[in-house]
Design a protein around this ligand. Structure first.
Ligand SMILES: *Cc1c(COP(=O)(O)O)cnc(C)c1O
Length: 355
């Protein structure tokens, strides 16, 4: 069989990234912003798209959009920016730029699954360092040992972490940056909902990159992520990027949206209020334990042995969340994205029924 002969063994062993079918369900599984734009804004946006030359290639360097991102996210002047088709693509670009015989990828465990998936695809050994069972803190004893032993080329740290939702100790992360022989990528996908960031620390470390995305702030459909860091690193990593990875519609639409960032900021503020409310509602349910979150989702643990069953019952009632209970550190854990107030209410209602 040709597939067996030529398809790479490590790819045949992988399961393709699975996305649940959400048709007809209240969608609280993927950390999307649940809000549409006001009609007047949609009209303005469509008007702006009229002037696009769809017959021409996009600006390969997205100069205008990068300038807008600099202002909107207050990116330090002395740092360079590289754009990706979502931060997923940036993770892949970074891996391809550093992959080599012994280049290892390291990350805490559990964390964002793409780090491991992309390491397999780029044939990089992957070392997951289990988080501490008490509150998902970084296990610094293990990190010090493993950094010394494996000399990782790349360490990914999601800040806050997905799927646990917590911010790790800043001091611990700074220690990891100083011990790391290679790159440290701090993935700030949830920056709009978090109380801290490493953007301003960029100037102090030569091996630190900060990754952001517009997905969780309300533009998941555009597919746009950014990598920020020192010129020498960005210059090298940029050589791996395909020339026109950010299409004309994304460039124009993201620039337009960031000109109206106040709308997205208001939506984020609403989501933060609803996160607090949902956290309180979940905490009041005696059978489950809830983990604090600095992101637009909440992780919680259902009674022993019942995670998968409760997930299915909730889904049968028309609400899709995320089942994480198969992970050995997340037994019986489920993750819910903050939706509109009425969606969150419905979720609480069906969760209580399921319990
Ligand atoms: C959702 C998520 C991403 C993916 O972002 P895209 O820009 O949509 O590809 C990256 N990192 C973390 C930690 C995430 O949770």
């Amino acid at each position: 069989m040709r597939v067996e002969r030529w398809g790479r063994a490590e790819i045949r062993e992988l399961a393709a990234y699975h996305v649940e079918n959400a048709v007809g369900l209240i969608k609280l599984d993927a950390m999307e912003n649940p809000y549409d734009w006001p009609k007047a804004l949609v009209d303005n946006w469509l008007e702006c798209l009229r002037s696009i030359h769809i017959n021409r290639y996009p600006d390969p360097d997205s100069r205008s959009l990068k300038q807008r991102l600099r202002e909107a996210m207050t990116i330090p002047d002395d740092q360079e920016i590289l754009l990706g088709n979502g931060s997923d693509e940036l993770i892949q670009i970074i891996a391809l730029a550093l992959a080599g015989d012994k280049a290892t990828v390291m990350a805490p465990e559990p964390t964002f699954v793409m780090y491991r998936l992309i390491a397999s695809i780029t044939r990089m050994p992957y070392i997951g360092i289990p988080l501490r069972a008490d509150g998902f803190a970084l296990d610094m004893v293990a990190f010090r040992e493993s950094i010394e032993l494996h000399q990782p080329a790349i360490i990914f740290l999601a800040y806050p972490n997905n799927p646990t939702g917590n911010l790790w100790s800043r001091t611990d992360i700074e220690e990891i940056i100083s011990l790391a022989p290679g790159l440290v990528v701090v993935d700030e996908a949830y920056a709009p909902f978090a109380s801290d960031s490493f953007l301003e620390a960029l100037g102090h470390h030569k091996n630190l990159l900060v990754m952001r995305t517009v997905s969780k702030m309300g533009l998941a459909g555009l597919r746009l992520g950014l990598l920020v860091g020192p010129k020498d690193w960005i210059e090298q990593i940029n050589k791996v990027r395909l020339p026109y990875n950010i299409n004309v519609l994304t460039q124009a639409s993201a620039e337009f949206a960031l000109h109206h960032k106040a709308v997205l900021d208001q939506q984020a503020a609403q989501i933060l209020r609803d996160r607090k409310r949902l956290f309180e509602r979940l905490s009041a349910i005696t059978d489950i334990s809830v983990f604090p979150s600095e992101a637009n989702f909440i992780l919680f643990r259902t009674p022993h042995g019942r995670g998968a069953e409760i997930f299915e019952k909730i889904k049968a009632q028309g609400v899709l969340i995320k089942n994480l209970s198969a992970h050995n550190m997340l037994t019986d854990c489920l993750r819910v994205t903050i939706g509109k107030p009425e969606e969150n209410e419905r979720f609480i209602q069906v969760l209580k029924q399921a319990l």
